[in-house]
Design a protein around this ligand. Structure first.
Ligand code: GDP
Ligand code: MG
Length: 244
């Protein structure tokens, strides 16, 4: 791709070897005939055999829509995403998860809706997971209420994918967290700036390969609550210290 792409999609991949062939094939399918999208796959310090899969897939000419950014040592989800974002050339930047629980097609659908908004440059787009089981729906609603009450800004389904914004938003992202709090951070920043947050409904299926390390398991949920809680306090401290 020689021209500036309209959209860059970043996928942080941490020990997702089993999903890598599916990531390429799904994107190949949905990007056929499109030249305006680049995909940036971040090998986020994986310790499984991801590197072999990336080498094999990226050598195929039909996979030229994607580039691989290598993070040698894992420093967290947010660090991985931002390593990919720094390499992105698109006018619009998006990220979504590598486990394909959210279909990459949803990123393209969200892009269409986002760019048809009148003032999309000053808006942020996010997924909103629908048709989930009662427990997960309840958990997500609870997390949304905690974040909203603690930060004083309306926040819901914080960890839904994809996330999408105009590259001018990067200027405001002065202190992105290295961990899973990155999603909360950008939503909070958008709210603080009074930017509209547009939601796109997405299905959320089970992982086909690999294990959930985020909020997908019960242990992960407990960790997510603790991490979010401590990050909220960190954010509050930064705000009183003059976060833009
Ligand atoms: N745990 C973890 N996940 C990461 C990291 N970097 C990227 N990821 C990706 O983050 C996504 C979400 O993780 P996952 O375990 O599926 O979370 P869950 O679906 O919320 O349980 C996956 O696509 C991971 O590959 C990292 O440093 N740690
Ligand atoms: Mg997942």
């Amino acid at each position: 791709m020689n021209n500036t792409p309209a959209l860059s999609i970043v996928l942080p991949c941490y020990n997702e070897a089993g999903n890598i062939p599916n990531i390429y094939s799904r994107f190949r399918e949905i990007l056929t005939g499109r030249q305006d999208v680049e995909v940036i796959l971040v090998d986020n310090g994986s310790t499984d055999n991801s590197a072999d899969f990336f080498a094999q897939e990226s050598s195929r000419p039909e996979n030229s829509f994607a580039r691989v950014v290598i993070v040698k040592k894992n420093q967290g989800y947010g660090f991985g995403i931002m390593s990919g974002v720094r390499e992105a050339r698109g006018e619009i930047i998006a990220w979504t998860h590598a486990d394909l629980q959210t279909d990459p097609k949803d990123v393209l659908d969200a892009f269409k809706i986002y760019t048809s908004e009148k003032d999309y440059q000053n808006s942020l787009m996010k997924g909103r997971r629908i048709a989930r089981n009662t427990f997960d729906t309840f958990f997500t609603a609870g997390m949304g209420i905690i974040c909203t009450m603690a930060l004083g800004k309306k926040l819901h389904d914080v960890n839904a994918q994809p996330k999408m914004f105009h590259r001018s938003f990067l200027e405001y992202m002065q202190s992105p967290p290295n961990d899973f709090s990155l999603d909360l951070y950008i939503l909070y920043l958008a709210r603080r700036r009074g930017m509209p947050i547009i939601e796109h409904k997405v299905n959320f299926s089970d992982r086909l390969h690999g294990e959930a390390k985020g909020g997908g398991s019960l242990k992960g949920k407990v960790k997510l609550i603790r991490r979010t809680w401590s990050y909220i306090f960190q954010l509050k401290k930064e705000i009183s210290g003059g976060l833009r």
